[in-house]
Design a protein around this ligand. Structure first.
Ligand code: GLY
Length: 409
């Protein structure tokens, strides 16, 4: 009896100490690693080209003192509402079953909260839904049918996101390209050449062919144009549809926003890889890959090959490098180098990948960095900054040249 009571007393003493809690005396001081970053004298937004007014409007929101995450979502929603942006929201390209599945994640610096949705169907505003997950639940991430049901319960309208144009592009893809998503570039057995005895479709089809590959690409494009005509796809859509069949988009938009109080938020939204296997998630719904925000340090996000970004936890890697004192540019280059290292710097594989990181530090310093320097037309890849003036800037880059992007036939 006495023993039991002693045990009870010592257990209650431990519980009481646990409830109070205290930092152990020899705990290292985390603060020493954090550079003191003063907020900027003007708000800053970093994102990609949107072709609309939302960046300017979001900047005005920041000047009026509105929430940094609300400003970021405003820009995301502009893309989600545009049926002609086939990388996000309404009009996003569907999965292989013809169903549009959206992904989004975001972080709110002032409250250090995060929210995310993955493979959500029939709900246009995926970024807003991620915010609702963040605010209305103690979850961070809700996916699939559960995310749709949650959205409807929270008052989001259900709607068909597959526009007529996106459906026509999907039908063309069904005719020409179904059923191949592997093995991936990261598979040790992957070979740049078509396997012996395979059909001509199995040939590697680079988006920016060398002269000797040109006839193969133009031949495939000609076939697709003819098929599109037979299917009644309008001439205005024919080229875009053919290009999406041959080189499926990984689209996406990321926005990081900072105000003069040093409050930071980030948001990323996408319809993901076109024609994906149903349920495939890229980096965009993954906190730490598609988006990461640390209110003391900075915010970062990505567009590009989601699978590669997941493997290096890109956005978190970048913010953590800035925590160690790296500049936004150096931090972005570190994440890109990690992608390259995952391929042992093998350029025969890396040339088929791409990634752009959008990076904003708490003091207003920023960078846009890319694995490859240039777009298909030879022009430098770009990003957009608004810090009082909205500007389109050229990315810094790891490799000089054009990323090829391949169709996996
Ligand atoms: N970066 C978007 C995706 O891969 O889904």
């Amino acid at each position: 009896m006495a023993t039991t009571r002693r045990r009870f007393l010592s257990a209650s003493a431990m519980l009481a100490a646990g409830l109070r809690g205290r930092l152990r005396a020899d705990a290292p001081d985390q603060k020493t690693a954090i550079p003191a970053l003063k907020p900027p004298t003007h708000p800053v937004i970093i994102t990609r080209e949107t072709g609309d007014e939302t960046i300017r409007q979001a900047y005005a929101m920041l000047l009026r003192g509105e929430d940094t995450l609300e400003a970021a979502i405003h820009i995301c929603q502009g893309r989600e509402d545009d049926p002609n942006d086939h990388s996000v929201g309404l009009g996003g390209l569907p999965n292989e079953d013809g169903v549009v599945e959206l992904d989004a994640c975001l972080m709110h610096g002032p409250t250090r909260q995060a929210g995310s949705v993955g493979a959500v169907t029939n709900i246009r505003h995926a970024a807003r839904l991620a915010r609702t997950v963040m605010e209305q639940t103690w979850h961070v991430m809700i996916v699939g049918r559960g995310a749709e049901r949650f959205a409807v319960d929270e008052g989001f309208p259900r709607e068909n996101l597959l526009t007529d144009d996106a459906r026509k592009m999907w039908l063309l893809w069904k005719e020409h390209g179904t059923g191949w998503w592997g093995p991936g570039l990261d598979n040790p057995k992957w070979k740049p050449e078509a396997p012996a005895g395979s059909s001509p479709r199995a040939a590697l089809l680079p988006r920016h062919p060398a002269p000797e590959q040109m006839s193969m690409v133009t031949g495939r494009l000609r076939d697709l144009y003819a098929q599109a005509d037979r299917m009644g796809i309008p001439a205005r859509l024919r080229h875009e549809a053919a290009m999406q069949v041959l080189w499926p988009t990984t689209g996406t938009i990321h926005v990081s926003a900072l105000n003069t109080k040093g409050e930071l938020s980030g948001a990323t939204t996408t319809s993901g890889l076109a024609w994906k296997i149903p349920g495939r998630l890229g980096d965009s719904p993954i906190i730490g890959a598609g988006c990461f925000t640390d209110p003391e340090i900075g915010s970062a996000g990505a567009t590009g090959n989601g699978e590669e970004n997941i493997k290096v936890c890109g956005a978190h890697t970048i913010v953590d490098a800035m925590r160690q004192g790296a500049s936004p540019r150096e931090a972005g280059m570190e994440a890109l180098r990690r992608i390259a290292r995952n391929y042992n710097n093998d350029m025969t594989r890396l040339r088929y990948l791409d990634m752009i990181y959008y990076i904003l530090r708490r003091d207003g310093a920023y960078a846009g960095v890319s694995l490859w320097s240039s777009r298909g037309d030879g022009a430098r890849k770009t990003y957009v900054v608004h810090d009082g003036t909205q500007r389109t800037l050229e990315v810094d880059y790891l490799f000089e040249g054009i990323s090829q992007s391949i169709h996996p036939f």
